[in-house]
Design a binder for this molecule. Sequence first.
Ligand SMILES: [Zn+2]
Length: 300
Amino acid sequence: MYNTKFITENGKDIYPGYLSREQRALIREQYMGKKGYMRCACRPDAGLYYKVSGDLKIYPEHNGYTHDRYCCRYKNLTGSEQQKPPYYVGEDGEVTVFTSVDPRRFSRKTDSLEKSQQYTITLDEECAESEDVLIGKDDPQKTVKEPQLGLDGLVRGINVDCFTEKVLNGKTIENRQNFSTYVYYRTKKVKLSRNKKAIGDLTLEKEGVRFMYVPFAGICQSRNQDFSKFYMQTISADGKMFKNFTFPEIAENAVKKFRKQYGTDPDSNTFLAGFQYIKNCTVPWKNKSNNNTYRVLERV
Ligand SMILES: [Zn+2]
């Protein structure tokens, strides 16, 4: 198990990544003037003590601690840090995720439906979970293995992260809508290692892409002249039903994957999670820019 935890002198577990400023201030106040009140949980007997400073950050009480190899505070002899897990909640509360998916990779240049559909082939590859992706191709001697998450792994990470935060901070999850709103705010702290922007801050207007994590409400099809269009329906925060355009194979793939994983069809407990793109393509049935959506389903 990868350790991020502290233990206080009265035996309470503390996960600094989920501590708000108010909570940090409370700990500081509670232990004002005291030493050795919070130790790293990787080696409880070693007494690796930490404290909350005036700027509400967490600092070691001494230098030269030797943490367990699987501790987020571990540093090797050269002082470099241990490889972080692919979904990493930092001590400051910022989340970094190493992914094989680049939400911004799909350019807005797609100018025909054929091309859009070519893209759907690459999507499947992107969804594949890659635990060990080789980087540093230039120097094979120095090849580093860096774990990365596909879209599935990213969404799963967000699920667990949001749920953990809620539980640790004594918040209740009332319903899907409530959790979806919560995820929306949480993703404003979640950054992909490859992008500077938090995924919750990506917008269709600026980046041409946004992250969605919303209650799912079924798939519908509509016929329009010669074309059959697919939509994935979702429910917005104010309870309105939305139709999100998608390609049939995207919808089918998502449902297939869902069935394989959960042995059931997506239902009223299901979330729809993924990235929605805006494309400036000329689609036969529309003159204006069109939203093409590419998703994968996950359940909480
Ligand atoms: Zn430690």
